[in-house]
Write a new protein. Structure first.
Length: 333
């Protein structure tokens, strides 16, 4: 009987100790876990328009991390703005979130660090998502008009709900990079550059900027060439060419490359720089002119001057000789 009694007593002790350990484990687990209630606060200037397309769905991925724990994550779907996670207690929990649209593009993000999670309680955290989505790149940039002193640009207005304006960037010939030329955001879809002068070629591109300063990608470039016509050569006569007097003389030259080329003028001068004869103003597609009247024998310089619509000039010249003494007619008798 004593043996049975002691056996039952031992079994009771074992059961009692086992139950105590289980309760202790549950109690210890409760002491290490706290609940974080996260409320998402959208950018005030944009609100729920962060999704760009009204009918699209925004997914918010929330993560709680720290050095002493594996990340705890969850997702909520707009219009839900509150999420709850159970995490290990601690003083330096980092809570972060990113919002993505249906295309997987991140449109907003936010982070709170140093969050204290207390066991057995709800820790309330407000997480502000900052707008990180840039506006659409402006479309339809063109040079609408230009003169020798100003260049006007226009483009299609952006439809971004949080658009604040546009930046204008300029690169001139011989500069190494584009520079912003507007002192404040341009709020219309047009801009006129009045700091223009003859000589350079002007290259422009623009960006769109939203209410928190996110800037779009650059547009393609448009340009206006206010530089002089490109160098060109006289094809005939070549320098130091020799001609017989009494013969027709045709001046020929290669085309000067310039989209704003307006005209050519040809001048025949003597060695004292006096104009002996000159052409009328010739059209931009002309590349030859016949000298009239026939020149007497002498040394001459021919000048071909290319002019663009802004009055820029580029010239080419060559010296030629007309023999004043043609060969004598020999008698056959």
């Amino acid at each position: 009987m004593k043996r049975i009694f002691f056996a039952l007593l031992l079994l009771a002790l074992i059961l009692l100790l086992g139950c105590g350990q289980s309760d202790l484990a549950v109690l210890e687990n409760d002491l290490n876990i706290g609940t974080v209630r996260i409320t998402i606060d959208w950018p005030s200037h944009k609100g729920m328009q962060v999704m760009r397309i009204p009918e699209s769905t925004v997914t918010i991925s929330i993560s709680v991390t720290a050095d002493d724990m594996d990340p705890e994550t969850m997702e909520i779907i707009y219009p839900q703005t509150v999420g709850t996670l159970e995490v290990k207690v601690g003083l330096h929990r980092v809570i972060s979130a990113v919002a993505k649209n249906t295309s997987g593009q991140i449109v907003a993000s936010g982070e709170v660090s140093g969050v204290q999670v207390v066991a057995g309680t709800n820790t309330n955290v407000s997480l502000v998502l900052e707008d990180i989505e840039a506006p659409e790149t402006p479309a339809g940039l063109v040079v609408s008009s230009f003169t020798s002193s100003e260049i006007a640009l226009t483009w299609t207005a952006n439809t971004d709900p949080d658009l604040a304006g546009y930046n204008i960037y300029l690169l001139k010939t011989f500069e190494s990079s584009f520079s912003k030329i507007n002192s404040s955001l341009v709020t219309s879809n047009m801009y006129t550059d009045t700091a223009v002068y003859l000589g350079p070629t002007y290259y422009y591109k623009i960006t769109a900027v939203d209410a928190v300063g996110n800037e779009s990608a650059y547009t393609g470039e448009v340009f206006v060439d206010l530089s002089p016509p490109s160098p060109f050569s006289i094809l005939s006569p070549t320098d130091e060419a020799f001609f017989l007097s009494g013969h027709d003389l045709i001046i020929e030259w290669e085309e000067a490359e310039d989209i704003s080329l307006s005209s050519y003028n040809v001048y025949i001068r003597d060695l004292s720089n006096n104009i002996i004869t000159q052409s009328p103003t010739l059209s931009a597609d002309t590349t030859s002119w016949e000298v009239s009247p026939v020149l007497p024998g002498d040394y001459y310089i021919v000048w071909v001057v290319a002019t663009d619509q802004f009055g820029n000039h580029k010239n080419s010249n060559a010296t030629f000789i007309i023999d004043p003494f043609p060969p004598a007619v020999r008698s056959i008798w």
